[in-house]
Design a binder for this molecule. Structure first.
Ligand code: ATP
Ligand code: MG
Length: 428
């Protein structure tokens, strides 16, 4: 026997017993973004490497060590997208969707980062991203956060998630802060770990992100970004807080929240949980007013977020708070040759008459016991059995698989009635 080929480490199959939960989650998300008037955009999975270098930043974890980059047959350097914002801005610029316009967009799909695979961290993972262009005020920042809060409610996850917000202020304010922070960190260089020494040189704000407990005390005494905020950023932040207060969304102002990508300014936020161990951020975003210009477009304010679907699915597996329907409502069994065609006919007739009904027809013959076993395994609530007697009489035998209810033999009209009731109960 030849050796089986395995999937690439950190790139997972989503098997049939998991895909129902994924679909249910995706369905809730589609309804959510639609209810705020957002339109879907679909971008390619591969882009020119330059796009990510220029947007995410050369000295970020993603660009320094996580990208899947390769030369294609023309010798062009291409990269599997590590995130969606850069592609979305590229597409918006390329098709003239952004300048002097307002766009509310969302997308969903796989992203690729060469990280060490562990629970909640994979090399191919899935994000839903939401981006709003052409709006510079705190109102749209609030809208995005309110939208995510509504999602947690719909998924039954609210009690497990905490909102952290911060403002990275203007480029100028951040540069002043960076200088002060660098001075402070240099004075405490002996206390920095290896990673932080590296970051101190390249991207000092990222040192604040460190989870190293040995550095916690020293970092808590570092200068605070909010002491360097410019006036406009301060009032933007205050107005955002007012809006969150007005709709009862609680948040923590985390002074050390800086995000790992270079393009953010002003508002940044993360939804974090304790229930996933170290991989605690399920949704993260912020304002990136400079990016559209940086990628060759005309200046356009923008704000967005991305959430990791694997982490949400892990939470949902744990809470069981999202209803995942069985894939089949009705199983049709045919006993004997004479029942085969009528069984096919009634299956098609049911699909004609009852929208969204999921009918599985038994294939491959076999005795009564075998067919009913399959019916049970399918998850269906009801089996419709057709034998010679039913075919002769033009009737159907109904066997209820999930309730203690007597089997009955009925005509087409009654069958349809029963199925419609079943279907309406399911939709409740
Ligand atoms: P982390 O700090 O966990 O590495 P990040 O700051 O790199 O996250 P973002 O680039 O902001 O993450 O991506 C947004 C969301 O996408 C994250 O909050 C997370 O839910 C998810 N995500 C990011 N990287 C991965 C990954 N390798 N595997 C699974 N999900 C991921
Ligand atoms: Mg990361």
């Amino acid at each position: 026997m030849s050796k089986q080929i395995q999937a690439i480490r950190g790139m997972n199959d989503i098997l049939p017993d998991q895909s129902g939960r994924w679909q249910a989650l995706e369905q809730v998300i589609r309804q959510l973004v639609a209810s705020y008037g957002y339109s879907e955009i679909r971008m390619p999975i591969v882009e020119q490497t330059e796009l990510f270098k220029r947007s995410i930043g050369e000295v970020t974890d993603i660009v320094e060590k996580e990208m899947y980059t390769f030369d294609d047959r023309n010798g062009d350097s291409l990269t599997l997208r590590p995130e969606g914002t850069a592609s979305c801005v590229r597409a918006g610029n390329e098709h003239g969707l952004l300048y002097n316009q307002q766009q509310r967009l969302w997308y969903m799909g796989p992203m690729f980062r060469h990280e060490r695979p562990q629970k909640g961290r994979y090399r191919q993972f899935h994000q839903v991203g939401v981006e709003a262009f052409g709006l510079g005020g705190p109102d749209i920042d609030a809208e995005l956060i309110v939208m995510t809060a509504r999602l947690w409610k719909a998924l039954g996850l609210s009690e497990y998630l905490t909102l952290e917000i911060n403002s990275l202020a203007s480029n100028e304010a951040r540069a002043n802060y960076r200088a002060a922070l660098t001075d402070y960190l240099q004075a405490h260089e002996a206390e920095l770990d290896e990673d932080s020494v590296r970051r101190l040189a390249s991207n000092p704000l990222r040192v604040l992100d460190s989870k190293n407990p040995a550095m916690a005390d020293m970092l808590s005494r570092a200068p605070k970004l909010s002491e360097y905020w410019d006036e406009e950023s301060r009032s933007h932040f205050t107005a955002l807080c007012e809006r969150l207060d007005a709709v009862g969304i609680t948040y923590v102002h985390n002074e050390r929240l800086v995000r790992g990508l270079d393009y953010y300014n002003r508002t940044v936020f993360e939804w974090v949980t304790e229930s996933l161990g170290a991989q605690g951020t399920v949704c993260a975003g912020g304002r990136y007013d400079g990016l559209v210009g940086q990628l060759g477009g005309k200046h356009t304010p923008a704000v967005g977020f991305a959430m990791g679907l694997e982490r949400l699915v892990l939470m949902l597996e744990h809470t069981q708070s999202l209803k995942v329907p069985d894939p089949v409502d009705i199983y049709i069994a045919a006993m004997g040759d004479s029942a085969e065609l009528p069984a096919l006919q009634v299956a098609e007739k049911l699909r004609d008459h009852v929208p969204h009904l999921r009918v599985m027809q038994h294939c491959g013959g076999g005795n009564f016991g075998k067919q009913l076993k399959r019916a049970d395994k399918s998850g269906a609530a009801l089996a419709i059995i057709l034998g010679e007697a039913e075919v002769q009489a033009g009737t159907y035998t109904l066997k209820y698989l999930r309730e203690a209810r007597d089997q009955e033999t009925v005509d087409w009209t009654t069958l349809l009635e029963r199925v419609l009731i079943l279907q309406s109960e399911k939709e409740d």
